[in-house]
Write a protein that binds this ligand. Structure first.
Ligand SMILES: [Cu+2]
Length: 471
């Protein structure tokens, strides 16, 4: 089984070696003896730079983008659970940048947050990232400096950490989802990160792409079992994907395997920065087409994301659907809820709290408070003793949805509005709806200063961020 990408995205495989057995312990692999450097001398080179991309299809003019190694979305970085990985990033754009390896539980110095975990990578300079991913799953990478401008122009890519033993899917599909606001001349609408975008729901583009291109029909054969890895790399767009004619099963969230479950009302909700791994059994008839629909923003904004197009071949010999495939669990330590450290953070701001910007125009103000004070830049809002379980209550006082991302950790989502989650699961980015209260918990086993922020990028850049310290 291989991970399939469009031909334009195929890249040489990075680290290919036999799978090492992963001990299911709470000890993070980088704390164990790393393998000799000579065994893993391969370094994945990433160079963000200006490029032109055929986002709208080959027949249309190309769009000026920012791209890792010349492709939008970026090259698929494939690595292996528990094995050392490294990447040399050379800044080819005229602006500071960094790379954040979203969802990976890695050492703080490798987290890619400028002025917090590293100095920014200046134009022409480089930075060497190295870490050993403890968890197999679907992750991604993107800049954490001038994020709305750089990610909004194309800088984002998938990071796949493979299981030691490949799960028995017939095919493994990757869908990096991005959206774009185009002008009639096929270039981006200028003015990323505007006060208006920040005050509302962020920049939501009109063109949605899979792996950097307006999708063509995806060919399927009846009787196959597919893994579909969804990565929402949009600045601000939420999605609710429906697969009429199919039953889909969610098998992992934010890279972390979960107890397989059918999405509520058949809608696979995926917020900016979230990932969902689906099992889709191709139970359609040979020769038939089935749409994939996104109806997150209601009836008037519903559109067909892509068409699943069955070949005329007879079904592969198999009776489908069968039981869902359960992915092996990752070694994330279980929270001890008998005596947790408790904290409560409140999300405030939005349209109703426009402040005054320097130029006299109103500017939105978002923020996170602990009840006494508002978060202030890179100053930690609280500190947790290492090894303790944290029970963190997130309260959203605003009228907007916020996908809240904690760096360096995968946390358990316990409850919403005091109602236990039907399927307890791990996340690195959880949606906190308008006026909603969400309880999360994690074992603070990874020391450092970790960013905690909304992944609607325009919200983050106008204040919806803070830092949590693990001492
Ligand atoms: Cu937000």
């Amino acid at each position: 089984m291989t991970i399939e990408f469009p031909p334009s995205m195929q890249r040489r495989r990075l680290l290919t070696h036999g799978g090492a057995a992963i001990a299911a312990s709470s000890v993070l692999p980088w704390m164990r003896h790393a393998r000799a450097a000579s065994e893993t001398a391969v370094t994945f080179k990433l160079r963000p730079a200006s490029a032109k991309a055929a986002i709208l299809g080959e027949a249309k003019p190309k769009t000026d983008v920012l791209a890792y190694n010349g492709t939008v979305s970026g090259p698929v970085v494939t690595t292996h659970q528990g094995e050392p990985f490294s990447s040399l990033v050379t800044n080819g754009i005229g602006q500071n940048t960094t790379v954040h390896w979203h969802g990976i539980r890695l050492p703080n110095a490798m987290d890619g947050v400028p002025y917090l975990t590293q100095p920014p990578i200046r134009p022409g300079a480089d930075f060497h990232y190295a870490f050993t991913p403890p968890d197999a799953g679907t992750f991604w990478y993107h800049p954490h400096e001038h994020t709305a401008h750089q990610m909004g122009r194309g800088l984002a890519g998938a990071l796949i950490v493979k299981e030691p033993e490949p799960p028995p899917f017939d095919r493994d599909l990757l869908w990096v989802l991005q959206d774009w606001a185009f002008q009639p001349n096929d270039q981006f609408v200028p003015g990323f990160d505007t006060p208006m975008e920040a005050a509302m729901s962020g920049r939501i583009g009109s063109v949605v792409t899979i792996n950097g291109m307006v999708p063509k029909p995806i060919t399927l054969r009846a009787g196959e079992r597919l893994r579909i890895r969804l990565v929402n790399a949009c600045l601000a767009r939420f999605m609710a994907l429906r697969f009429p004619g199919h039953r889909v099963t969610i098998i992992a969230l934010d890279g972390q395997p979960c107890h397989p479950f059918a999405p509520s009302n058949g809608r696979v909700i995926i917020a900016p920065a979230q990932r969902v791994d689906l099992q889709l059994d191709t139970i359609g008839e040979p020769g038939r087409d089935h749409p994939v629909i996104d109806d997150y923003y209601g009836r008037h904004a519903t559109y067909r994301l892509v068409t699943l197009s069955y070949t005329r071949q007879p079904p592969k010999f198999r009776s489908l659907p069968a039981m869902p495939i359960i992915l092996p669990p990752n070694p994330v330590p279980k929270p001890d809820l008998s005596n947790p450290v408790r904290h409560h953070l409140t999300i405030v701001g939005g349209m109703m709290s426009m402040g005054m910007a320097v130029d006299g125009k109103p500017a939105p103000v978002w923020g996170i408070t602990d009840g006494h004070r508002k978060s202030d830049g890179m100053e930690p809002i609280f500190s947790i003793p290492r090894g303790r379980t944290v029970l963190l209550t997130l309260e959203n006082h605003t009228s907007f949805w916020h996908p809240m991302h904690l760096h360096g950790y995968s946390y358990t989502v316990l409850s919403r509005n005091d109602v236990k989650e039907p399927y307890p699961h791990l996340r690195d980015t959880v949606i906190v709806g308008p006026k909603e209260i969400v309880d999360i918990a994690f074992v603070a086993n990874n020391p450092g200063n970790w960013m905690f922020h909304c992944h609607v990028i325009e919200h983050q850049s106008s204040g919806l961020m803070t830092v949590i310290n693990v001492a």
